[in-house]
Design a protein. Sequence first.
Lengths: 179, 179
Amino acid sequence: MSKADNTRDRLLEAARAAFWQRGYANVGLRDIAGAAGADVALISRYFGGKRGLFAATLDGAFHWPDLLAADDPAAVVVAKYTNPDLSAAHVSVIRMIAANIADPEVGDLVRAAQKLQFHDPMLAKLGGPDKAPQLALFISVMVGADLTREVIGLPGLADATVYARQLRHLLDAALAFPG
Amino acid sequence: MSKADNTRDRLLEAARAAFWQRGYANVGLRDIAGAAGADVALISRYFGGKRGLFAATLDGAFHWPDLLAADDPAAVVVAKYTNPDLSAAHVSVIRMIAANIADPEVGDLVRAAQKLQFHDPMLAKLGGPDKAPQLALFISVMVGADLTREVIGLPGLADATVYARQLRHLLDAALAFPG
DNA sequence: AAGCTTTGTCAACAACTGTTGAATAAACGA
DNA sequence: TCGTTTATTCAACAGTTGTTGACAAAGCTT
């Protein structure tokens, strides 16, 4: 790894933390550069600009091989969303979606990455286009539950052990949609 | 209504359209003033500033008397979310949540308004704090389904008649959570 | 060490941000 | 019509935004 890759990675990591937490429009390039201990001008050099930097934070953001390989997808989702380590460590992908999906500047990037990295592979796993309604419900539960719990903070989802059962309940219902 | 109230209302309506669609951070006061055909300075005078203007757009945003009075809440939600007129007319509340809930400047305003105007009255209607897990799931389905359909745009939720059944299916499951 | 590429620093840019106060115009009551 | 309150316009403010290009430092090859 060259020296440039080193500060490039620091910039990328700082950008991910900031963009995913506060949203694209609420983050200035000087915030990111300061957090990474680098100069602002390097962002334009390495990533071509703010938009390019954001796009780089989306590489592999929706990649979830364990889920694609699982016999019981709902169990994998429940296990990840109720893992206390991960939720504190880095901002959840769901929060990133919430913070950026409505942004006119980068919303389409998020949609495209989600479709390419997550939706389409999952659809293939579930058995093709016929399962699109079930998959859409499955995703809508993932988004709705995590967003309501982590970002909105509804008290009815606060208890972790109950939340695991709640999530399981709704994910099962999603996959069981008759069509 | 005095003349001041007239332009005040035009500013408020323009602000709602812009803030709810593109998010607080992506809207400049000159955008709003221009759309309302008024001067920028009037915003600070009438609403005390940008934040005050946004807060004003939240008055009654989550007010939903039909739902609070209904025997079958799920049916009311389905009817509203599949009404083709409304969805085109004004931006949905769900999109407003998505566009602003992660904003450090106004996210707390959105959370507070939701709790006061929607969550707490609904909890009382459902029978008190014991029903918090079911209500939280109900809300998470409303948020997840509408967000996934309207903002993310998943193809599996595109068909309106199927979507009505999908929504009904998940809302029923939410209220049927054993606890 | 000389030459060359890579990496980083610095200052400045034009555009835009929300907000303010003074000046102007309109509306209204006496 | 005068005087007063209300409504609106205008210009300017200090700060921040993303981006650029010139320059310097460091690393590496020959």
